[in-house]
Design a protein around this ligand. Sequence first.
Ligand code: ATP
Length: 237
Amino acid sequence: MPMLSVRDLTVSYGRLEAVRGVSFSVEAGQIVALIGSNGAGKSTTLKALIGLVPPASGQILLDGRDITRAAPAARVHAGIALSPEGRRLFGRMSVQDNLLAGAHGVGSRAVVRRMLDDIYALFPQVRERRSQLAGSLSGGEQQMVAIGRALMANPRLLMLDEPSLGIAPKIVAEIAGAIERINREKNMAIVLVEQNARLALRLSHRAYALEHGEIIRSGKGAELLADPFVQKAYLGV
Ligand code: ATP
């Protein structure tokens, strides 16, 4: 059974169907990429998965359990975490307090300490800046904090919305490396939403291309990288 199954998901904003009949699944330990241009419905899909927008129809199953109507906090508790587009940090709080804000329902201080140490090991420059205001960090560093905050919920399924957006290429490579390490070392499943299709397809085991709310292509990351349509539409080949 897949860890996550999305079946025929439709999400509407008024009369606009932003997501139309989308179906995909995520196996334990897999990186699954959702690619597509601006407004294709990628963020809306993630928001529906975490419970920030209600689906008009369809089903979301986590470990076979229907969570389509569950509250966001219940989904986080069940093991899903989202690092949202635009990072959404508390700019006037310290980096470490931003990370701690992600530790929902993690009871013991020792566990919180260990998770913080894990994140600092993953992103050493975040450790160096842990006492600084989050708003004073570079975009790339803020992105690391946003990913770290999602990790503090100790998820089994991590969803990342545009982690490379507006970030210098060198830092993008660092973040990509961190995504691979999180997946490999923690065997964590990851849903990666990216406009940087090349990056996402390289990192992912499986990928889906969305256009106007619909999946128009799917396959292994490597297969989509070699697909002439995908190359023309998303890779600038
Ligand atoms: P982007 O990378 O630009 O966020 P996306 O693929 O993530 O693109 P969505 O943000 O999911 O796309 O948007 C899908 C469609 O829904 C777009 O047409 C967008 O304008 C619309 N939309 C998104 N959020 C809202 C909202 N809160 N209210 C109304 N329409 C919205």
